[in-house]
Design a protein around this ligand. Structure first.
Ligand code: TYM
Length: 341
């Protein structure tokens, strides 16, 4: 009987989610639609754990003063987006030492060849050819450590992170294969809309905060007039019909964004803009995005003005995260054969 109860308890345990975002200055509309908005919605149905991935961020040079500010702002912005610390564990990665420790261990179970195949590594090492550091190369093992420490079942990410998730699964399976079941093997959770928001200047590339052309991305904290200006300048094609189509990457992207923020289907959007030009459509997308972001911007300014509250929240998050993750780290070290402390 007791056994049956225990089993029910396990079956009834909510699935666990882990995800994180880098605090690299600007959090974009791509981050928001591809990831953050999903995190907020998942909080009611899953046991959620979220982090500001500041250890990941130093694979590119950071100015210390700006970095410190960006970390706190990222934390406040996520709260403003709707991360609720009464429902979810939410912390800053560098405050929880188990991440760096497990990352080292996992590095020794990750192959050079696997890391060499990561498209993000290839892209970033081309972009920062003067600083192809070992951290940039081993970044995916740190990401695997983030996820595996919490025995997460699901990892909500945008499409660009799916390859890293595959590698995380391989590392977990490899470790489990050698030592017996140690890690939960996680699945990626990619939303149906907004999973790949493209650059407004080159719709063949993803929208990225590291793009030098500021018109390529919209930041969650951009002013309304800036948002409208960026959408007005969005690169489109020489056709004039607002509909999904081949060779219409710019318009396809704008329809995707419109659909993500209004909940309307692409067909409904096409019908609504029948007989209207791209100019009207771009304006409407800008307005819809402004409306979506307005309450977040307002809440952000409240949170960022209350440093004591932020500190209280990230401390609470780190304390819980350390407790939970230490269990996994201890288990892993025991299995490898380390002498107990
Ligand atoms: P980062 O900080 O680059 O992005 C955070 C999240 O935003 C998603 N995203 C996008 N989604 C749609 N369209 C876009 N244009 C777009 N740009 C970014 C990303 O897919 C991501 O979900 N390595 C991670 C951070 C990380 C992490 C983790 C994620 C560290 N540890 C553990 C999951 C689990 C990163 O650099 O994301």
């Amino acid at each position: 009987m007791q056994e049956a109860n225990k089993e029910n308890e396990i079956n009834e345990r909510k699935k666990r989610i882990f995800s994180a975002i880098q605090p690299s200055g600007t959090i974009t509309l791509g981050n928001y639609l591809g990831a953050l908005r999903n995190w907020v919605n998942l909080q009611n149905d899953y046991e959620c754990i979220f982090a500001v991935a500041d250890l990941h961020a130093i694979t590119v040079r950071q100015d210390p003063k700006a970095f410190k500010k960006n970390i706190l702002e990222a934390y406040a912005l996520l709260l403003a987006c709707g991360i609720d610390t009464d429902k979810s564990m939410f912390f800053i990665q560098s405050h929880v030492h188990t991440h760096a420790e497990l990352a080292w261990l996992l590095n020794c179970y990750t192959q050079f060849g696997e890391l060499s195949r990561m498209t993000q590594f290839k892209d970033k090492s081309q972009k920062h050819a003067d600083n192809v550091n070992a951290g940039l190369f081993t970044y995916p093992s740190l990401m695997a450590a983030d996820i595996l420490l919490y025995q997460a079942d699901l990892v909500p990410v945008g499409a660009d992170q799916v390859q890293h998730l595959e590698l995380t699964r391989n590392i977990a399976e490899r470790f489990n294969g050698v030592y017996g079941k140690t890690f939960t093997v996680p699945d990626a959770y990619v939303g149906t809309v907004g999973a790949r928001v493209m650059s407004l200047q080159n719709p063949m590339k993803k929208m990225s905060k590291s793009d030098e052309n500021v018109n390529a991305w919209v930041a969650v904290l951009d002013k309304p007039e800036t948002i409208i200006k960026k959408f007005k300048r969005a690169v489109t094609d020489s056709d004039s019909k607002v509909c999904i189509g081949e060779g219409k990457d710019g318009i396809n992207n704008l329809i995707g964004i419109m659909s993500a923020v209004t909940g309307k289907t692409a067909d409904e959007i096409t019908e609504e803009f029948e007989g209207k030009g791209y100019g009207d459509f771009k304006n409407a997308v800008g307005e819809a995005v402004i409306e979506e972001l307005r309450p977040i911007q307002k809440k952000f300014s409240e949170y960022i003005g209350d440093k004591a509250y932020l500190e209280e929240q990230y401390r609470k998050g780190a304390e819980s995260a350390l407790k939970l993750s230490q269990r996994t780290l201890d288990k892993v070290m025991k299995k490898i054969g380390y002498l107990p402390k």
